[in-house]
Design a protein around this ligand. Structure first.
Ligand SMILES: [Zn+2]
Length: 414
């Protein structure tokens, strides 16, 4: 049974759902999309997602931490799971994560149309970490990388300070949805479709990317302690000023990342000067470090450069330095057989995908340890993401769906 692929209809369906879910009451309001796990806008979006699945003969289920999967009731679990996440950063864009989930709904619709088994459609909870301060929370919890104790005590809502499990047990997701052990039950493969969030595809004039490796990352804080003093009355030689130490570290980190032979990026995105007044020498400076590369040793090299620069500059100024790692993930090589297969499927359809690496973290990094996993990227305009101005071409999205659909059809026939 071979029906023509309804590209325009799929594009329109994806775009309209993304548009509806981007604003109130599916977003907390303000500019852009703000939707944290378990909030009203989030639960409303989940209910809508469930209704979209019901019309295709699927029922939404939740796992023990609130990851969601749409699958047929009574049938054996789908062999392939697809999806992404429905939570957002504060004032984020409409496409991030939502694209992968609505693509899953479209794939289920296409399967429904030809009466073949649908994929499981997954939405991981709290991918961004904006609500509870932990990136990839749902997928890591499902993989046993966050314990029940963590979720009941240390993982707390940044808004009201209450533990993740409190929010979880009070939500309709926990009280009303049928339970599954794992959203990946029975899955032999996982595919996520996501916007690129950079400008690599656009600058290569490619409309589809197949990811080989997702960059590993380190998030760390460097704390520098000196002595707060009067900015006028304290001569230069009597100061213990941590600010110039921070300056040395920032430059050393930039220099080191630029010098790596494997593309490596390093960012100081937060800088706290305490107490923070123009006429006071700060007693304490804290800066954040975000370092990423597909080569873990390059990430280590930049961290070392930060440490050495901090120790050296601190010693000369009577300042102490302390580096604390917040979170670390090694680079993830995705399944090469699956990537090649998707690349060939796309090429046979006249789409020449770019085989590429991905700098942004995704749940697929965690999933890849459990099942063969693939990540497909489509361009977003000017590479803008995590911003209300984030947008992408719905036809690129439909083409990515078409590639996965074609791959799924072959799998069903085999
Ligand atoms: Zn995302």
């Amino acid at each position: 049974l071979s029906l023509p692929f309804p590209e325009a209809a799929v594009a329109e369906s994806i775009e309209s759902r993304i548009r509806v879910w981007s604003g109130p009451p599916y977003s907390a309001g303000g500019r852009g999309t703000t939707r944290y796990a378990f909030t009203e806008p989030y639960c409303r979006t989940v209910r809508d997602f469930g209704r979209a699945l019901e019309s295709l003969g699927l029922t939404l289920h939740a796992d023990p931490v609130g990851n969601l999967v749409g699958r047929p009731v009574g049938a054996s679990p789908p062999r392939v799971a697809v999806g992404s996440h429905l939570d957002s950063v504060r004032n984020g864009g409409p496409w991030d994560g939502v694209l992968g989930v609505v693509s899953g709904v479209e794939l289920a619709r296409l399967a429904h149309r030809r009466r073949s088994p649908p994929p499981g459609v997954v939405s991981w909870i709290e991918e961004e970490g904006s609500g509870f301060g932990q990136m990839l929370l749902g997928s890591r919890a499902a993989a046993g990388q966050l314990s029940t104790d963590d979720l009941a005590s240390s993982v707390r809502s940044l808004d009201d300070g209450r533990a993740f499990t409190r929010h979880w047990s009070e939500s309709f997701v926990s009280r009303e949805l049928p339970r599954v052990e794992s959203v990946l039950d029975g899955a032999e493969a996982w595919i996520e479709i996501h916007i690129e969030q950079g400008r690599v595809l656009e600058s290569a004039s490619a409309t589809l990317g197949v990811v080989r490796t997702i960059a590993g990352y380190v998030h760390a804080d460097l704390e520098l302690n000196g002595r707060a003093d009067h900015a006028g009355a304290t001569p230069m030689e009597l100061r213990s000023d941590p600010t110039p130490v921070a300056g040395s570290v920032i430059l050393a980190v930039e220099r080191c990342a630029r010098s790596m032979s494997v593309p490596t990026v390093a960012t100081v995105g937060e800088l706290v000067l305490d107490p923070g007044a123009p006429n006071v020498i700060p007693g304490r400076v804290v800066l954040s470090l975000d370092v990423r590369s597909r080569d873990d040793s390059s990430v280590d090299a930049v961290l070392d450069a930060a440490r050495v620069a901090a120790d050296h500059a601190a010693l000369a100024r009577g300042v102490t330095s302390h580096l604390r790692i917040r979170q670390r993930r090694r680079a993830t090589r995705l399944d090469i057989g699956l990537a090649d297969d998707l690349q060939r499927t796309a090429a046979a359809m006249g789409v020449e995908p770019l085989m590429m690496d991905c700098g942004a973290a995704h749940d697929t990094m965690v999933v890849a340890a459990a099942v063969p996993a693939a990540l497909l990227l489509i361009p977003c305009r000017d590479g803008v993401s995590h911003s209300p101005d984030e947008t992408a071409d719905p036809l690129d999205a439909a083409r990515a769906v078409s590639v996965v659909d074609s791959w799924l059809r072959r799998l069903t026939q085999s």
